[in-house]
Write a protein that binds this ligand. Structure first.
Ligand code: ATP
Length: 402
């Protein structure tokens, strides 16, 4: 019985019993046809998971009966939600399900992927590539998706910045004997920044690109913006990047003014007056948008960073570090999603029992973790089919966002 249970949980025959084509039959993962529990309503299953996963009450939201979605959905002023965490934990699925939920609650919503390895298209089962807003079919209110192509966005920045202080200018200044200015340029490490962009740069530029979109009247209708962000490391670097870029671009612009007055010969590097002005304007705009990105991340009224994790010790440790860093950067965090929790089962196989024990340990660690314990915990079950397409996302969203 035990070995059969493991095998059926891991091998294709499972699909004969649990994976269904119709979304209406989406259900919890179960061990085998014999041990599969009676179908439970979503609400009941969710509560059972919460209670059985640990001897202690787990989620404040469940324990206190607080609805976590109410304050997310209320109000028509624009709000931003950024979902981030370790790679593969379900950030995209949670972000896409939140976007569907917002749209179905009446909010015109935009969901954006700034992860260089986009999976929004896969999640919605729709081609969303191309760097422009694409309407998503299905939800009640308008839902648009945007996958920013980091390469294109960076190229725009690169061409603007290079015209204003790339390595060509540095070499030229060296040859002109403008050592001091050349040194200042060197400090900016601009060439390095553009040639081997640090993780986070793409995302910073991608987010600033979104800000650019949202500045236009055409996109003023969106009241909820959901970001599917890149894995943790990128996110952390992203947080310090706007400051770094802001300072760098500010220095470049100042430096350019000095250069312009120092020698008219420099004109040959920057080109004609209008070109210089155009490039300077572009840089200035980028700098302003970077400042907006920085402010956006720290605006407690309009923005929230939701950490997504899975119940493993490694993922929980990383989430704890992520929260510590976000706190240090004054980024508002209120909720923690623990995704892929094993559903309850009347008779666990050995594999499932072990797995469940491991997950309980991870959930206990969350409760004792000073960084995570005070966050509103949202538990999302591991479901037995892949979450793809709007109906599946709607299903997941109704479980997670209550
Ligand atoms: N609760 C769940 N139950 C079952 N499958 C899930 C669940 N959450 C996510 N998945 C599946 O796990 C896989 C990874 O999910 P997803 O792409 O959302 O993760 P991610 O964190 O965005 O990954 P990446 O870091 O690679 O972008 C997908 O196949 C998704 O369908």
């Amino acid at each position: 019985m035990t070995s059969r249970c493991v095998a059926s949980a891991l091998s294709p025959p499972l699909h004969r019993f649990t994976a269904r084509i119709s979304i209406a039959s989406l259900g919890w993962l179960s061990c085998s046809p014999k041990t599969r529990p009676e179908p439970l309503s979503i609400t009941r299953s969710f509560s059972v998971v919460a209670l059985s996963a640990s001897s202690k009450p787990l989620a404040k939201s469940l324990k206190e009966g607080v609805a976590v979605f109410d304050d997310m959905v209320s109000g028509t002023e624009r709000k931003y939600y950024m979902l981030g965490g370790k790679g593969g934990v379900g950030k995209t699925s949670c972000a896409a399900s939140l976007a569907v939920k917002f749209a179905n609650s009446g909010h015109p919503t935009l969901v954006v992927s700034t992860d260089p390895a986009h999976s929004l298209s896969d999640s919605f089962a729709q081609d969303l590539a191309g760097g422009t807003l694409v309407p998503v079919e299905g939800p009640d209110a308008p839902l648009f998706a945007l996958e920013i192509n980091p390469e294109n966005a960076r190229e725009e920045f690169r061409s603007a910045a290079q015209r204003n202080g790339g390595t060509g200018v540095k070499d030229f200044m060296d040859s002109m004997g403008l050592g001091m200015l050349a040194e200042q340029l060197g400090e900016l490490k601009l060439g390095e920044l553009l040639d081997t962009p640090p993780p986070g740069l793409d995302e910073a530029i991608a987010i600033s690109k979104v800000m650019q979109f949202l500045e236009s009247q055409e996109y003023g209708m969106f009241t909820r913006i959901v970001f599917d962000t890149a894995p943790t490391g990128h996110t952390l670097r992203l947080l310090s990047l706007p400051d770094f870029l802001d300072a760098s671009i500010g220095k470049i612009l100042k430096l350019k003014q000095k250069i312009a007055s120092a020698t008219s010969a420099i004109k040959s590097v920057f080109g004609q007056e209008e070109t210089r002005q155009d490039a300077a304007d572009k840089l200035e705009h980028l700098r302003e948008r970077m400042i907006k990105v920085r402010e956006l991340f720290r605006d407690t009224d309009s923005t929230e960073f939701v950490i997504v994790t899975i119940p493993t010790v490694m993922a929980v440790s990383e989430s704890s570090r992520l929260h510590a860093s976000l706190k240090k950067e004054n980024v508002p965090v209120k909720r923690l999603i623990v995704n892929q929790i094993l559903p309850p089962s009347a008779s666990d196989c050995k594999f499932c029992a072990m797995k469940r024990k491991d997950q309980m340990r991870a959930l206990d660690i969350i409760q004792g973790d000073p960084e995570l314990s005070h966050l509103t915990l949202i538990q999302a079950p591991l479901v037995d089919v892949e979450i793809r397409g709007v109906p599946a996302l709607r299903f997941l969203g109704d479980i997670i966002w209550k």
